[in-house]
Write a protein that binds this ligand. Sequence first.
Ligand code: CUA
Length: 171
Amino acid sequence: MQDPFRIICDDSLERRWIWISLLMTVVMAGILGLFAVANNLHPPSNVETIDSSRLHLTEEFAEDNLGVKENDDGSLTVTMVAARYGFFPPVIEVPTDTTVKFRIASADVLHGVHVPGTNAATMIVPGYISQVTTAFPTAGKYSFLCNEYCGLGHDSMWSRLIVVPKSEGGK
Ligand code: CUA
């Protein structure tokens, strides 16, 4: 079969490199796809807007209403505010193997959140409510890290997620 790149390139060595670079692209895209499936990653699908400058006046994101709440079906909803430079409340405790829905809004600029070792990660875009639903199979102390550069204090923007064994009645 004739090399289809012959139309744009006469040099066989150059054509070989075109193929190699294409192959690398396919391999890398394949690795991304594989990891996305293997780690159960999915793109954010919840679109809900909110006025970031008035978070404290909303019912859901008022200071008194932040934190972990149990739903009727036994799952948990964690309501949080991301603001320079921290997540509020700063310590969250949830049990293992329980569906946890995080609802996070930014009070100022673009933030992100990533919990290393889990599939919990999302951007927190001002004006939108970020929602991530997950469960934590392994008990332990996790860091809740900001992963979008948000200013000078970005490096120290993190809080604590404590996952306790379900049998110990953690909530
Ligand atoms: Cu918030 Cu970086």
